[in-house]
Design a protein around this ligand. Sequence first.
Ligand code: NAD
Length: 257
Amino acid sequence: MTGKPGGGDSPVSGRRGEIDRATSLIESARNLVIFTGAGMSAESGIPTFRGEDGLWQGYRPEHLATPEAFERSPEVVRSWYRWRRDLIEKVQPHRGHQALASWCLHSGKKSCVITQNVDGLHQRSGCPDVVELHGSIRHDRCHRCGQRALDLDAVFCSCGGPLRPGVVWFGEPLPEAAVDRSLEQIDDCDVMVVIGTSAVVHPAAGMVFRALEIGASVIEVNPAPVLPAPVLHISGTAKEILPRIFSTGSVNGENPA
Ligand code: NAD
């Protein structure tokens, strides 16, 4: 049941047992929670933070995504986010996003996507219920009073405070409403599918361990799985695996790209 790093390149037939088990767990789920991280969007063309292409002009993303970085060099942080926003606008959800959204819409089951991603690709693919644990890159808010900004080109809020991306940075608390909603869903779930996260960014990563604690079956989709037993590992990418395990009856579980 353990996956091997890099096994995403092996033929699907080698992972048939895991894929079949995951499919039947999903089919028999009463309440399914899907928990996603940066790897979910990698095949749409958005780099993960820790991947080889995560660097930006020599900066490590972990050093830019902090309140201290913004307070020290607001223009550097703003340009990094402008670059990420422009990139996100140009890319599309891939067929893994689409298979997941289609399953959530048509399976008739209770389900919810909890994401650490800030790119909005789950919403753009039509997912009906998405909790954004780390906020959204698609709007700004005031670093001083918290008010949401309407103009993405504005630099200061009406209160005089500096405007910043509407995301949660390292060292900042998660939005309370998103945490409450996530815990409510997780405490009631019987199956969780974890996709494309290194599960090292806390407290979000703790949500996966909470699902294990309450006895939910946990499935991990990742080319280099990281979660401990008894998680069912499927060593592969989101784009490759999700259309197979989130099948709503189309041939071979494939959705159009
Ligand atoms: P991470 O960069 O720490 O880990 C990414 C994980 O995805 C790794 O385990 C990797 O093996 C896996 N992965 C890579 N390609 C994959 C693929 N094609 N399919 C499935 N899995 C794949 O990401 P994280 O755990 O989400 O933590 C990083 C933090 O950075 C999060 O808080 C997130 O908010 C933020 N972030 C968001 C985005 C985004 O919104 N798209 C992008 C980068 C980082």
